[in-house]
Design a binder for this molecule. Structure first.
Ligand code: HEM
Length: 453
């Protein structure tokens, strides 16, 4: 295999890490990454990565990197200082290197300030009724498809749809473009893998061309016909900031619209799919949550902790430093492993249990100055969708385990077949309300999960 992604190492430790990372990418590792996270964490809080730099596995060490002033994101200036800058010159990688999450101060500060608090209380309140309408319609469609075919794919009918309907409407992008946006987003994110293969990069490059064409035309159209919408506001803002350089204003608006769209879709879709999987693989959990809708937010939070949609994020050392006892030289890369951190038993007891009432710690939305700008929207979508599903289905069961794309950085569930035992002719049943003395049933551990479907 002539893969850029072939991992080779020299020391014993590195060989152990290589084999663990291969496992993480495999179908087995994708469906249950926890044993790999545990073994990596057992090697240390900071583990040498096979390609240089480090994997950061412990909660406190990850937190320190995300929030510390000593850490930056790997921007263009850093890429140019590397012995092999061509590694970052693929068009798909280059496009993402211009995006907000790969900018350091002062450019990051300027762009982030221009966005403000994207999803403040007023904005969320204005979006909520439409999100609820979309959720109701696609959940109805799910029920209809199950009625007609005995089962339906939650991901294609619901999980992928709610985020694109929400963000598409927020950005005023007509619905007939949504399928195209989803399609190039799924292909573009390969470029964000730690070591994408040549074929992955080729797929990603083609997606980047389509993405550029789409968003460039969208911004040109909005510039020609400005309105009372988010993108027109951003154009006005950047025209004021860069009065002598409209091309630079357009480029900045392009980078923002493109990245925010991409950042919002797969991540939120993965949250929907994993939350539904964790809650339906054990019928008792579903029934408990039906009786306790006041804990829907807690269920979303535990799904975010249990299986973060983004597994890994990268920072570089701004200076020579020491991280959890390991010296890290200036410019060296460290990869923050969100999932491994959230399953660190020193932070979350019995981390392998999916426990709705845990109130656990996670850093699924990152931390520090790059903290996710869409966290509140993603939580609102999760809450709205789960509420709708719990209202609609007395029973909702997976037909088989979810199928995952073989990725290490951006997680993606490609399919989750579900069914119901509800009477298709009966109207949605009201939820029973009881006073349970006990909390929700304990989630199944991975061993049990392998036996249930
Ligand atoms: C469950 C869904 C989501 C997850 C798990 C997620 C996760 C993340 C993570 C891990 C980061 C990087 C933070 C860091 O580097 O410390 C990030 C950044 C970002 N996210 Fe999200 N995200 C989600 C949904 C969204 C949505 C819905 C939007 C917008 C509509 C969005 C917009 C952004 C933006 C703009 C950034 C860059 C922030 C910066 O670098 O300053 N995300 N997200």
């Amino acid at each position: 295999m002539t893969a850029v992604g072939d991992i080779s190492g020299t020391t014993t430790d590195r060989r152990a890490v290589i084999s663990l990372l291969r496992r993480l990418r495999s179908p087995e590792g994708q469906s249950n990454p926890q044993p790999v996270w545990d073994r990596l964490r057992a090697l240390g809080d900071v583990v040498p990565a096979p390609w240089g730099g480090y994997l950061v596995t412990g909660y406190d060490a990850c937190n320190q990197v995300l929030r510390g002033r000593n850490w930056l994101v790997p921007d263009f200036a850093w890429q140019e200082r590397q012995p092999n800058p061509e590694r970052w010159q693929a068009p798909a990688v280059e496009a993402m290197s211009r995006a907000l999450f790969r900018l350091n101060a002062p450019t990051h500060t300027c762009q982030r300030r221009s966005l403000g608090n994207l999803f403040d209380r007023n904005t969320l309140d204005s979006l909520a009724p439409r999100i609820a309408e979309h959720a109701r319609r696609i959940v109805d469609e799910l029920a209809e498809r199950i009625r007609d075919g005995g089962e339906a794919d939650f991901v294609t009918v619901v999980g992928d749809q709610l985020p694109v309907l929400t963000v598409g409407e927020w950005l005023d992008i007509p619905a007939h473009h949504h399928a195209h946006i989803l399609d190039f987003t799924h292909r573009q994110v390969h470029s964000q893998e730690l070591l994408p293969t040549k074929s992955e990069l080729a797929v990603s490059t083609q997606a980047t061309v389509e993405m550029r064409e789409f968003f460039t035309a969208l911004i040109a159209e909005r510039r020609a016909h400005p309105g009372d919408d988010v993108i027109s506001d951003w154009i006005r803002y950047w025209d004021e900031q860069l009065p002598d350089d409209p091309a630079a204003a357009d480029r900045t608006v392009y980078d923002l619209v493109m990245f925010i769209t991409i950042a919002s879709l797969e991540t939120s879709a993965t949250l929907m799919a994993t939350a539904v999987w964790f809650l339906t693989r054990d019928e008792d959990q579903w029934q408990w949550l039906r009786r306790h809708p006041e804990h829907v937010d807690d269920a979303v939070e535990e799904a975010l902790r249990y299986d973060p949609p983004v597994h890994i994020n990268t920072r570089i050392a701004a200076d020579d430093t020491v991280l959890a006892g390991t010296p890290v030289a200036k410019d060296q890369m460290v990869h923050v492993m969100y999932g491994a951190a959230a399953h660190d038993p020193r932070r979350n007891e019995n981390p392998e249990h999916f426990d709705i009432l845990r109130g656990g710690s996670h850093m699924t939305f990152g931390g520090g100055i790059h903290y996710c700008l869409g966290a509140a929207l993603a939580r609102l979508e999760g809450r709205t969708l789960l509420t709708e599903l719990l209202n609609r289905f007395v029973t909702l069961r997976p037909v088989s385990a979810p199928v995952y794309a073989p990725r290490m950085v951006f997680r993606r569930v490609t399919s989750l077949k579900v069914t119901t035992d509800d009477d298709p002719a009966a109207p949605p049943a009201p939820r029973p309300v009881t006073e349970d003395a006990a909390g929700p049933p304990a989630g199944r551990c991975p061993v049990h999960r392998a036996q249930h479907p």
